[in-house]
Design a protein around this ligand. Structure first.
Ligand SMILES: [Fe+2]
Length: 281
């Protein structure tokens, strides 16, 4: 169900209609005017006592105020319901995308579970950096969806047993932009789209698609880059076994300041050195 359909479903019915409220205001005004005229032009005649008039005016004011408070409360409740529905819709869409990616990865034993593992490493780094809950949520979604653009790449290239040629690499390098294009139909996830677009940028500016450099690369993308590469090195490929723990640590150390943000590598090295079980070999 779209957000517009959700909004149409939840109708806010005011406690009393605006016309009724206006009628009460006009009536109270007329009674007050009538009383003032009576006091000025017919001081000896008392059709409506001051007490009754005061009572009527006070009743009208209190009644209208109570209705207003009740209506505002209704609007607040509906707004909360809308936010919850929006969040559920977002989760459902992301769940569908995740299922699509999991299914795609499951077709290739060499990359099966890649996005899930990248998300786990990404979250571990985000925790160490004390990122906010909101930032971590963006990281989680971006981690799960970072390679969604590969869905548009043919199996002949994606699952090729040997090394890729130049033209095939050009196609592979399009996947961050293709991924953002796939997610464009979803009106939410603006932060995640940025993180996904830049997850193959390099710290020295030699990455793609925009050749961004250093801190100009979003922090989340710099984290994804380290997590993504670690999983690639720590996984078996058709043309090589997983790299050893020593080799992976050496590769990460060597790529500090060139491929990766040195601070992120240091944080990640702290994490993986404390957990030997993370290494396949
Ligand atoms: Fe990627």
């Amino acid at each position: 169900m779209t957000l517009k359909e959700e909004q149409a479903k939840i109708q806010i019915k005011p406690s009393v209609t605006t016309n009724f409220k206006m009628a009460m205001v006009v009536l109270t005004f007329l009674i007050t005017c009538f009383h003032l005229l009576e006091v000025v032009y017919f001081p000896d005649v008392t059709l409506v006592s001051n007490e009754i008039l005061l009572g009527v005016v006070l009743f009208a004011i209190i009644y209208l105020w109570v209705q207003e408070v009740k209506d505002r409360r209704k609007v607040e409740v509906v707004n909360i319901e809308l936010l919850i529905s929006q969040e559920e819709l977002k989760e459902a869409n992301i769940g569908a995308m995740k299922a699509l990616i999991t299914g795609e990865e499951a077709r290739d034993p060499y990359i099966s579970g890649h996005s899930r593992r990248v998300t786990e490493y990404t979250m571990a780094i985000a925790d160490k950096l004390n990122m906010s809950e909101e930032e971590k949520k963006h990281m989680e979604y971006a981690g799960n969806l970072h390679d969604i653009g590969k869905i548009g790449i043919s199996d002949a290239i994606l699952h090729k047993a040997g090394k890729l040629d130049e033209d095939e690499w050009k196609i592979i390098k399009k996947h961050p932009e293709v991924g953002v294009g796939i997610l464009a139909s979803l009106k939410f996830l603006p932060e995640e789209k940025i993180l996904i677009r830049h997850h193959h940028e390099r710290y020295d500016g030699a990455g793609y698609p925009d050749g961004r450099k250093g801190e100009n690369i979003p922090l989340g993308s710099r984290i994804l880059a380290v997590a993504d590469s670690f999983d690639a090195m720590n996984s078996k490929r058709s043309y090589r076994p997983p790299l050893s723990k020593e080799k992976i640590i050496k590769e990460l150390e060597t790529a500090k300041g060139t491929q990766f943000d040195p601070k992120i590598v240091d944080v990640f090295l702290d994490i993986i050195k404390q957990d030997d079980s993370i290494f396949v070999k």
